[in-house]
Write a protein that binds this ligand. Sequence first.
Ligand SMILES: [Zn+2]
Length: 157
Amino acid sequence: MLGVDSTFDIQHSPMLRISRPHYDALRHHGEETYPHECCGVLLGRFDGDQRVVTSIARCGNTRDDSPHNRFNIDPRELIRIQREGRELGADIIGFYHSHPDHPAMWSATDLAEAHWLGCSYVITSVEKGKAVVTNSFGLNGSDEQAKQLITEKIAVE
Ligand SMILES: [Zn+2]
C-alpha cells in the first residue's frame, strides 16, 4: 500500500462494488433455488484492489449428486459467459453461490474449489427460503498453495 493518507486507503481497500439491482438479483437467485444452492458469475472490471460488478450471469448447478451443499459450474458455460463478457468489455471478477440453512461463511470445499486468484467469492445464507446474510471474500495469494479467502466489504451502490 502506498502512502499513509487514510482516504487513500479507504478508496483502495479490497472491496466488491455492486449495484442494488444486481445485489438483490443474486440474493433472490438463492431464494429461487432453495433448498438447493444457486451459483453464478460476476462480470465487471478490476479497479485496483476493488472489483466492480457490471452484470451477473446465472449458472445451472451441475452438482445433482449433492445440490444442497455443493455447486459446480459447467466449464463450457463458464467459457461462454467469459466470451460474452469480453464482447461487452467485461471480465470475470467473481462468483456467487448460496448456503441453504448454513451461515454465509466459506467452507473448506469452497476454498479448495476456488481457483480464480484476485476474484471475489460471494456467499448468501438462505434460511427457510429467505436470503439473510451476504458476504464477499477475495481470493488472495500468489498461487494455489498459498491461496486464502479474505473477508472484503461489499459496497452496494
Ligand atoms: Zn459454499
